[in-house]
Design a protein around this ligand. Structure first.
Ligand code: URP
Ligand code: ZN
Ligand code: ZN
Length: 461
């Protein structure tokens, strides 16, 4: 099978030029101007941008939530939605159950994805308990291509590790050359604030945000940086929300420490005003860390431009308003934490970043595809348009206009965080390893066609 993409404007993290791309089977085999070559399929991309497929390194598909419910997208619905939005690879989180081995956790998540995912996928391993042989298990997982481990300073008695255990895992990661991801919030302090709020009858959704102050995130971010420095391991802060934490990351980076961070569209667009909506509406905007005051948004956009933030991911973790979010009708602590975003990451960063003039097309490709590929051991196979790379390609129409709505999105969620938002720019045609999986607004692939990708070690450059 061969495909020729003609006349497209190819945008990578550092190039911008017009040429034709010839794909044989799953791989890009030629890039040249005015190619005259026979192909089974010819796509005219004149007037369109041709970019490497998006890579979302933070998703939670089919994720059990505190034994009460499960995130509403599984690996089929979630990855189809991702593909519609121009994402061709995800890295989801496999969680270790306390007292059980890391491998068991990974196997559970491998089974969830196998036969369902329509795009390529991998996992980070969340380490929540230092069971017997945990070091050997980390080594074995790294050899199997799981080259990033997630830790939590939040959620005591559940996912959180104490500082000593964090240091131990980070030290092992330093030995292996893998990357540590951190959910950075001070869990024990937050739990005491929550207890106080509940005792005062403060049960509405907005108290979710008010009980998790920016100082709790900034403190944990700095603590994670300091422990990683002592352990000698690179660190990646997930879902960074506020200027206070961003300053800690920027300071570490200016000292030359290998510290990286992502933010997510919900923190670029949503604020405490949304979670404070009347009635129970605010429950739609309950995720952790929480929405912040509006002024943080521009600081995060600036961080994406300046490279103090390197990645835009989603933390896609959807729950329906009816039947899931409403479990917390009378108590904000019972509202499942998470929101849907896997389909709209490219839309929202293109709109706010490129259309509104905050950063260049190259920078956009960098934060949604190339740097994620490098940091998580997928480059140059993915995150790249070059000869020999996987033909994961998005033909992006920069001029088409659409309105985000739960009525038309493909995520299995009965509301949209961005309902009514107007976007200019959309994924017109999406190829995953050379196969057209989105065209004419339809999903054209087969369920389960996605492959598990064995990742290499991070490239920190
Ligand atoms: O609220 C969120 N973010 N839920 C998903 C789990 C996490 O902490 O990333
Ligand atoms: Zn998290
Ligand atoms: Zn998450």
């Amino acid at each position: 099978m061969s495909t020729l993409i003609k006349n497209g404007r190819i945008i990578t993290a550092d190039e911008d030029y017009t040429a034709d791309i010839f794909i044989e089977n799953e791989t890009i085999s030629l890039i040249e101007k005015n190619l005259t070559i026979e192909a089974d399929i010819i796509i005219d991309a004149k007037g369109k941008l041709v970019i490497p497929g998006g890579i979302d390194v933070h998703t939670h598909l089919d994720m059990p939530y505190r034994g009460i419910t499960t995130s509403s997208d599984d690996f089929k619905s979630g990855t189809i939605a991702a593909a519609f939005g121009g994402t061709t690879t995800i890295i989801d989180f496999a969680n270790q159950t306390k007292g059980k081995s890391l491998k068991e956790g990974l196997e559970t998540w491998m089974k969830k994805a196998d036969g369902k995912s329509v795009i390529d996928y991998s996992f980070h391993m969340a380490v929540t308990d230092l069971v017997e042989n945990w070091q050997q298990e980390m080594r074995e997982l790294a050899n199997e291509g799981i080259t990033s481990f997630k830790l939590f300073t939040a959620y005591p008695n559940d996912l959180m590790l104490d500082d000593g255990s964090i240091f131990k895992v980070m030290s092992e990661s330093a030995n292996l050359g893998t990357l540590i991801l951190m959910h950075a919030e001070n869990g024990p302090v937050i739990d005491l604030i929550i207890e106080q709020m509940l005792s005062e009858g403060k049960v509405e959704p907005k108290y979710h945000a008010l009980s998790r102050p920016v100082a709790a995130e900034a403190e944990a971010t700095y603590r994670a940086i300091a422990i990683s420095e002592m352990a000698g391991t690179p660190l990646y802060i997930v879902h960074l929300t506020c200027d206070d934490a961003l300053k800690k990351v920027a300071e570490a980076r200016s000292k030359g420490l290998p510290v990286f961070a992502e933010t997510c569209p919900q923190y670029l667009y949503l604020s405490i005003d949304d979670i404070s909506k009347p009635g129970f509406e605010g429950a739609k905007f309950v995720f952790s860390p929480p929405v912040r005051e509006k002024f943080h948004q521009e600081k995060l956009w600036a961080g994406l431009k300046s490279n103090d933030l390197q990645v835009a991911a989603t933390d896609h973790c959807p729950f329906n308003f009816k039947g899931q979010k409403d479990l917390g009708k009378n108590d904000f602590t019972k509202i499942p934490n998470g929101g849907a975003g896997i389909e709209n990451r490219l839309h929202l960063t293109f709109q706010g970043g490129v259309n509104e003039g905050r950063f260049s097309l190259n920078r956009w490709v960098d934060i949604i595809s190339t740097t994620p590929a490098k940091l998580f051991g997928l480059y140059p196979q993915k995150g790249n348009i070059s000869v020999g790379a996987d033909a994961d390609i998005v033909i992006w129409d920069p001029n088409t206009e659409h309105t985000i709505s739960a009525e038309t999105h493909h995520m299995n969620c009965d509301y949209s965080l961005y309902e009514g938002m107007k976007i200019k720019g959309n994924a017109e045609t999406v190829l995953s390893r050379g196969e057209i999986i989105i065209a004419e607004d339809k999903f054209k692939g087969k369920t389960g066609r996605g492959n598990f990708v064995k990742r290499r070690m991070p490239v920190l450059g």
